[in-house]
Design a protein around this ligand. Structure first.
Ligand SMILES: Nc1ncnc2c1ncn2[C@@H]1O[C@H](COP(=O)(O)OP(=O)(O)OP(=O)(O)O)[C@@H](O)[C@H]1O
Ligand SMILES: [Mg+2]
Length: 265
């Protein structure tokens, strides 16, 4: 079975695109075939992967059109390093798609429908979502098998996490998702362990999540090299292979590999 992972959070700048692109690269490097889909009108995946801006007909917006007949607009990324990762780009035209989804009879299920009608051969599909919990995150929620939530370590994080969980569980019910996507956990991002405020917030949040049986992954540290790497269209592991933050992704990759093994059993 294909693992479809949605990166979702109700906060802008929490690290969804960073995580989506890094996981695509790291899983691709392990030999898994990965398709990275950009459901965000900002189209940040293109920037973070060093791709030029697409035409609207070469984006996920085309996939969601009535006229789509299975020709997925996929482009290879980082092909000088690996041949396992492709992207389906996003761009501003997705704003129009959002209003069309609201009116469509199968609106919330459209992406899942496309993947069922025109299956992709990849082992993993990663959905990068916008921060506003509207129709685009909803189509990712109903199409995914697994969820991951990056979050910044801020005073509002606990409140935000609670609201996001309500949104997840409310929509699992409303959309009658069966099976429900599996929430793999929350990932604290841009963490600076020298800051007492970060240590305190994480020290409170992690046990709260664990009480709900939700994993809180070890944090991804703050490093300005993430911005430098994405400006070059590369993940940190390609831009600065020896950087200590590269290892921060290991537990997440390990968990996804375990899920992949389970889906094959
Ligand atoms: N661990 C980190 N340390 C420092 N900077 C980071 C880290 N992770 C991400 N960033 C930077 O923070 C910014 C926001 O990250 P990113 O774009 O991945 O968040 P996002 O959740 O996708 O944002 P949006 O809601 O706008 O889509 C980017 O400039 C990124 O390079
Ligand atoms: Mg983003």
């Amino acid at each position: 079975m294909q693992l479809r992972l949605a990166l979702l959070s109700n906060a802008g700048g929490s690290g969804k695109t960073t995580l989506a692109t890094h996981l695509a690269y790291l899983l691709g490097r392990q030999g898994f075939k990965v398709a990275l889909m950009d459901l965000d009108p900002q189209g940040s995946v293109s920037l973070f992967c060093g791709l030029s801006r697409p035409r609207i007909q070469d984006t996920i917006a085309a996939v969601l059109q009535e006229s789509f007949s299975g020709d997925w607009p996929l482009v290879p990324i980082w092909q000088d390093k690996l041949d396992t990762v492709v992207a389906c780009q996003g761009e501003m035209g997705l704003v129009k798609t959002t209003s069309e989804l609201v009116l469509h009879e199968r609106g919330a299920y459209l992406l899942g429908d496309r993947l069922q009608d025109y299956p992709l051969p990849q082992d993993v599909i990663i959905f990068d979502c916008p921060a506003t919990l509207g129709p685009l995150p909803l189509i990712a929620l109903s199409a995914c098998t697994h969820l991951l939530v990056p979050m910044q370590v801020e005073p509002k994080s606990a409140d935000g996490a609670g609201k996001l969980l309500e949104w997840f569980y409310g929509n699992f019910r409303r959309l009658r998702l069966n099976p429900e996507p599996k929430l793999l956990g929350f990932i604290p991002n841009q963490y600076d362990q020298r800051l007492a405020i970060h240590r305190n917030i994480l020290g409170q949040l992690a046990p709260q999540l664990e009480k709900l049986n939700i994993r809180c992954f070890s944090p991804i540290r703050f490093s300005s090299e993430f911005k430098n790497a994405s400006a070059k269209g590369q993940p940190l592991q390609m831009y600065r292979p020896g950087h200590p933050a590269c290892a921060d992704f290991d537990p997440i990759v390990k968990q996804i590999c375990e899920e992949l093994r389970n889906t094959h059993d």
